[in-house]
Structures are given as structure tokens and as C-alpha cells.
Write a protein that binds this ligand. Structure first.
Ligand code: GLC
Ligand code: CA
Length: 561
């Protein structure tokens, strides 16, 4: 595979609201990030992906943007942002900004104009339709619950919103919209940023006529993805975006692309002439949630299924496109709670998951707090939750569908996006050292046991393990570029594979269980000697690896010579 900096880097995702509060108003901010850059440098990451910091009324914590070229008041000023970028670059850390262009806030001046009158020059910036038989124009369900349409009194029409009703979808069919977006992107790139993470970028193009979604239940609204995911003009729009903007800069671009297959990913991020550098796929995240999951549904995942999904992505993209490796972000439960064990084996399993995302082929993305093994939270009352999706779904489940409130709350505990949005736990002091004020969302009460100050002091901590993985990745091209081969395919507890780059070969052994299965090296793999690269338990570096009784959540990486 061709070499590129964005393949070799490790990305750290910051959700600014919950990262660090520098001025005691309870909300994380840009100066808070500035104060913690040395910490991130010490961790060793190369790139920060910053979730939206643009002006926003915060219906969806910044994913509802009212001004693309201004900073959210609570986060600071454009001058603060410029200082942050300059400091980052001084430290050799690149900045990837979030690009949210499927929709704006309803408070964006385009929408304010658009809703005024049918002949307003901004009318066609959004997707307006008259009602059908006194109801919404179609039966699409919003991702955040309820109809995807909102009736608007001034012009007596409905506008489309795939997300909250304060997030009207932009009309990408309109060339003026596209031009405005490209200019805005260029404005940020001219300021020196190093890339974009593109929010739900495969939903820009809607099927003309906006046909009804298939009716799959007794519900009133249904998932309309087949009419807006990877829609008919998506590639055309993105190709234009590449021509007009992206191709002129050496940047990292990663598309957030729910429901993509490996074939879609190759089309979008083709090694030779893709429009993007890589995409986030969701198959592995959806193993434990039904598609379009609603409150009331969770399902267990199996390691065999995870192996099948990851192996397919590794193999299909080899030499064709590039993977992004992640197990959590601001929309998902904490990775250690979802894929590991957040109780007895929290430390071991957090290290195992870190090994997993760093040792597969692809660019690793670390979500803030995962480097200290932060876990899900279980607030007692729905009132403690802040996320618009969580609150809507809970209300819908309890009030409209009659789901038992305790059951609904259990699902919230397991699945809410707020699991990942509690403040970063910096130390064991008040409010976990995140703020000296009252945090916008409660801290996870486990901060006395799980916090960064303790992790820094402990040489065996998850933090130091991440630091070592990042360093190994920097020193060993095989970790970045080596090809992937699964072994022990049908083992239900052990996930093992090799990575090979010319003469260099690594063996990765991961015990995804709390049991002690025995690892047997297949006969097909031969070598003269081994070198231990990393292990999350004490091991004798000269130990024979043909047969190993693994400890709970043991993870080890060996070079085969
Ligand atoms: C993406 C974001 C999520 C947001 C949604 C709407 O999925 O990651 O946080 O709510 O898009 O912008
Ligand atoms: Ca603040």
C-alpha cells in the first residue's frame, strides 16, 4: 500500500464540551484544550479530531450549526481557536475539524430566510414540501424519533429533518448551497487546518420525489435509508467537492458513513482516485444494536461475528482503500463497557481493545477518556441525561409505546450517547477536576477510581499502555502497512491474526473473554525465534508461544523471526 501521513498517524477525538473547562462555567472549551495539549503530546497522538465548535444553539451539542464561520460562544473566540491551532502545529499535532453539511441549525440565517416565504431567495436551500392528505409528505422516521418532517406555519409547508427538528436538511440539489459550502470549507482550509471529519456525509443526496419508506412495523414512521443513504447524486456531489476544494490540500478526510458496505467504502475512498481518504463504517458497532435501534432493543454480540465483520473489512480494502479503526466515539457507549468488561477486568480489557484497534490495518481513532478506561454511566433519572436523541427516544418509548420506565432506563444505561459524554476524569478532586463550577452533565461517580492523575502515576496503567502502542506503531511499518491474515477463525474466545510486511511478521493474540482458553499456534506458521512487542500481563519474553494458556482478556503481540 502507498505510504501517506494519514495512514501512519493516530487520531484522538475531542468532544470539547466534556473535555476540560478553563473558566468554571461547567462547559469544556477551547482554552481548556489548549491547557491540555502537553498531555496529548505525552500520550503521543498525531492528530486531533475536534467535534463541532461552531456557533450553535446546542440542540444537538454543536451538530446544529447556526454560523459555520464563527465559534460557539461557550467555547471561546476565533482568536482562541487560532491560538489553539498554532500551538498544536508547534507541537506537531494536526487538526481535523468536523464538517456538518447535511443540515444546519434552524437558527442559521439561511433557514431563517428560507422559512419566511415560498419565493424567498433562500427557500431552496432546504427541502420543503406541502403535506399529503393533511399529513407529512412521506412516512420517514427521524433518527432522533418521530417524523422526519416538521410543519412550519408561515408558509404552511413541511421541511425535512433526518435528525432533530432543529436540524433542517440542506438541499444539495441546489448549486448555490454547494457553492456556499465549498467556500466555507476553503475558508477553514486557508486557516491551515489539516482535514475534515464529515458528518453523515453519505446522506446528502435524496432520491427525487422522496418516496415512502417500506412499512416494516405497526409504527407510523419508518426508516427511509434506501432513499437517502448513498443516494443517486452522492458521488457526483463529492466529486465536485473534491475538484473544487479537497484536491488542492494535503489533508485527512474521513466520512462518517452509516450503513456502508466495503464496496461503498472502496467507491468513496478508493486508493487511486477516491473522493475521501477513508470512511467510518458501522457494521461492527451495529453488532449489538438493531438497525435503527429504538429504546427497548439491545442484543448481545459474538466474537465470531466481530471477526467476520472485521476480517471482511481488512481483506476487502487491502490495496484498494484504507480503514479507520475505532470502537467508540461521542455517539456510542464506552468501548470498554460495550466490547470489554467494565468491572473486574476493566484494565485488562481496555488494554486489549486498545491493542485491537492499533494492530489492525487502518488509522486508529482514540476517543477521549478511553485512554484511561472510562466506562458507561447509569444516572438514576432520565432528567440527568442531556442528549436530544436519548431524551426523545425515552419519551417516545414510555409515553407513546407504553414501555416500562425502568426497562427504558436500562436501555438508556446501556446505549445512551451520554455514556461517552460525561466529563473527562482528570483527577480525584471535586467534579473529577473537569471544572470548578457545575458541569453541564454530571460526572461519572467512578472518577475516584478512574482518573488521569492516577493513570499518569502508575507505570502499568491503561494510559501508559496506549502510549506504548502508539510508539510501537510509529517504529514498526508492519503495524501500519502489513497485510492481515486471520488465524483460528472459528475460536469463540480468541481473536488472533498475523500482520506481514515483506520479511517482517507479527502475531497478535487477543483473548476476548474472562476465561482462560488455550491458544494453539497453527502448524502453518513457522519461525525461528520470537520477540515480545507488548503484552497486557507480565510475561516471560522467552516463553514458547506454540501453546499458551491465556489469562482473562490477555493481549499479546509477538514478532516472528
Ligand atoms: C452524526 C454525529 C452525531 C449527530 C448526527 C447529526 O451522527 O456524529 O453526533 O447527532 O450526526 O449531526
Ligand atoms: Ca468553559
Amino acid at each position: 500500500m502507498k505510504r501517506a501521513w494519514w495512514k501512519e498517524c493516530v487520531v484522538y477525538q475531542i468532544y470539547p464540551r466534556s473535555f476540560y473547562d478553563s473558566n468554571s462555567d461547567g462547559i469544556g472549551d477551547l482554552r481548556g484544550i489548549l491547557q491540555k495539549l502537553d498531555y496529548l503530546k505525552e500520550l503521543g497522538i498525531d492528530v486531533i479530531w475536534l467535534c463541532p465548535v461552531y456557533r450553535s444553539p446546542n440542540d444537538d451539542n454543536g451538530y446544529d450549526i447556526s454560523d459555520y464561520q464563527a465559534i460557539m460562544d461557550e467555547f471561546g473566540t476565533l482568536a482562541d481557536w487560532e491560538e489553539l491551532l498554532a500551538e498544536m502545529h508547534k507541537l506537531g499535532i494536526r487538526l481535523v475539524m468536523d464538517l456538518v453539511v447535511n443540515h444546519t441549525s434552524d437558527e442559521h440565517h439561511w433557514f431563517q430566510e428560507s422559512r419566511k416565504a415560498k419565493d424567498n431567495p433562500y427557500r431552496d436551500f432546504y427541502i420543503w414540501h406541502p403535506g399529503k392528505d393533511g399529513r407529512e409528505p412521506n412516512n420517514w422516521r427521524s433518527f432522533f424519533g418521530g417524523s422526519a418532517w416538521q410543519y412550519d406555519e408561515p408558509t404552511r409547508e413541511y421541511y425535512l429533518h433526518l435528525f432533530s427538528k432543529k436540524q433542517p436538511d440542506l438541499n444539495w440539489e441546489n448549486p448555490r448551497v454547494r457553492r456556499e459550502i465549498y467556500q466555507m470549507m476553503d475558508w477553514w482550509l486557508q486557516k491551515g487546518i489539516d482535514g475534515f471529519r464529515m458528518d453523515v456525509i453519505n446522506m446528502l443526496s435524496k432520491v427525487p420525489g422522496l418516496p415512502d419508506a417500506p412499512v416494516v412495523s405497526a409504527d407510523r414512521y419508518h426508516f427511509g435509508g434506501q432513499h437517502f443513504v448513498n443516494g443517486p447524486r452522492l458521488m457526483e456531489f463529492l466529486t465536485e467537492m473534491k475538484q473544487k476544494v479537497l484536491s488542492r490540500y494535503d489533508i485527512l478526510t474521513v466520512g462518517e458513513t452509516p450503513f456502508v458496505t466495503t464496496r461503498d467504502a472502496i467507491e468513496l475512498a478508493d486508493e487511486e482516485n477516491g473522493v475521501l481518504k477513508m470512511v467510518f463504517q458501522f457494521e461492527h458497532m451495529d453488532l449489538s444494536a438493531e438497525i435503527g435501534a429504538e429504546v427497548g432493543t439491545t442484543k448481545p454480540w459474538s466474537l465470531l461475528h466481530l471477526k467476520e465483520v472485521m476480517t471482511r473489512w481488512q481483506q476487502d480494502l487491502e490495496n484498494r482503500a484504507w480503514n479507520s479503526m475505532y470502537l467508540g466515539n461521542h455517539d456510542q457507549p464506552r468501548s470498554v463497557s460495550q466490547f470489554g468488561d467494565d468491572g473486574q477486568y476493566r484494565v485488562e480489557s481496555a488494554k486489549l481493545l486498545a491493542t485491537f484497534i492499533h494492530m489492525l490495518q487502518g488509522t486508529p481513532y482514540i476517543y477521549q477518556g478511553d485512554e484511561i478506561g472510562m466506562t458507561n454511566v447509569a444516572f438514576e433519572s432520565i432528567e440527568d441525561y442531556r442528549d436530544v436523541a436519548t431524551r426523545n427516544m425515552y419519551r417516545e418509548a414510555v409515553e407513546e409505546k407504553g414501555v416500562d420506565p425502568n426497562l427504558a432506563l436500562q436501555v438508556v444505561h446501556a446505549k445512551s450517547r451520554d455514556n461517552a459524554r460525561t466529563p473527562v476524569q482528570w483527577d480525584s478532586g471535586e467534579q473529577a477536576g473537569f471544572t470548578t463550577g457545575t458541569p453541564w452533565i454530571k460526572v461519572n461517580p467512578n472518577y475516584k477510581e478512574i482518573n488521569l492523575a492516577d493513570s499518569l502515576a502508575d507505570p502499568d496503567s491503561i494510559f501508559h499502555y496506549y502510549q506504548k502502542l502508539i510508539q510501537l506503531r510509529r517504529e514498526n511499518p508492519v503495524i501500519v502497512y502489513g497485510s492481515y491474515d486471520l488465524i483460528l477463525e472459528s475460536h469463540e474466545e480468541i481473536y488472533a491474526f498475523t500482520r506481514t510486511l515483506e520479511e517482517d511478521r507479527l502475531l497478535v493474540i487477543l483473548n476476548f473473554s474472562r476465561n482462560s482458553p488455550v491458544f494453539h499456534l497453527p502448524d502453518s506458521i513457522s519461525f525461528v525465534s520470537t520477540e515480545l512487542l507488548i503484552n497486557n500481563y507480565e510475561v516471560n519474553p522467552d516463553k514458547d508461544i506454540h501453546e499458551i494458556t491465556l489469562r482473562p482478556y490477555e493481549a499479546g503481540v509477538y514478532r516472528l523471526k
